[in-house]
Write a new protein. Sequence first.
Length: 449
Amino acid sequence: AIDLSMPTLFNFHLFIEAYNHIDEYGSETPAKILPLIFLSVLIVRTMFPPGRRGRFWSVMKYTFMAPFHHVRFRDAFMGDILTSLVRPLQDILFALSYYVTVIWGTASGNLSLSESGDALESSWLLHNVVLPSCALLPLWWKFLQTLRQSYDSGNRWPHLGNAFKYLSAALVILYGMTHPENRRSSVWIVMFVGSIMYQIWWDVVMDWDLLVIVPRGDNESLGLETAWCTSRSSFRANSYVLYLNMLIVQPLKDATRWLFTKIPRLSQVQLRPRRLYKEPSFYWRILTYNVAFRFCWMLCFIPAYRLSPSGREHVTTFSSDTNSYVGVLLPVAEILRRTFWGFLLLEKETLRMQEGNPSYAQLCRTTDEEVEELMSSLDNDDDNSDDSKVRGLPAWLGTSTQQQHLQLDSANGRLASIHDYLTLSDDMIHKLFIAELSMWAAAFVGFGL
């Protein structure tokens, strides 16, 4: 990290120095060449040393080719991190576009340094296709990872629930990208807030498994029921008000009492008992920060502007991005949030690995096999004993019994044939499940278009 941090700071210092003394140098060329030199160093560092960079890109390969490989925890974790690095990835892509344009323009003699920057600023392809695609690709990769996890496990939940989280977020983000800021309806705001609430619930309940609901005490439940049940009536037995009370008011009281017994109080919501970090306040602080800044994740996908179809006008999609420091603070807050989120996710994975100790799992499997062998041997003994008893019966009793058995066998045979006809084969179920997952992927692409 030091061999990249020091050149970055040194190059940034030289750039600021050259930019502030343009009049002294008499040209903007030094200030515009320094970023190109720095990008050249970074491009070389992405490939050298080959051993370390090869391992890095081999890990990233499984994220980029999500549906074609088994998704491990490492791959899923990298996919989540990429969705939080959208702003830095867009900046890197824009810098690489500038780098390629300058080299091509200089080599061909068609564009100067200033003209290369102007060409990128007015490029409809870059601002309306390339940069939005760069923002949506991490969502697409993560969405495909959830579908592959559902395919490998053969279960819809929780993987399709996680896929719905990314699908709903992608729809909200696409609407924000393609519609001007002053033309967004209240429905978009409601969908934005609803997506955030679903994401917060998924983080706390599914990703972290952070909170548990402590049952109410017996005295507390008894006091609540007594408070609702001890009501006196001063009406006559034939009063219509008493009849109305029994028909409407009392059922409403019962329903409300049942609802209050089901809704947990704040004192019942506690942290899970198994934790690796000592201080409980550490978990509550991460939870508070995640809830407060969860909106940064989706806002980072929405650019400041896009170009009109003619390519001559800027259509504002997120004015706060350029009119204030929001554009700088949003990615910083999101990267910090994702870092804290990763602490608790890695903790949960560590606890899961401890619970899934192979020695205990092997012991449990051996015990189950022994129990199954024992039960099967007992069933075989019972069947043999029943056959011996049937064979030992007199002829005038055995005939009727055999006829009953034959009738039952024929009826069971007909039922079995009907069941086999109506039951789908495993291969057909497998194909239908693949078709269902393909429909999820088609929905992501179709809604986006």
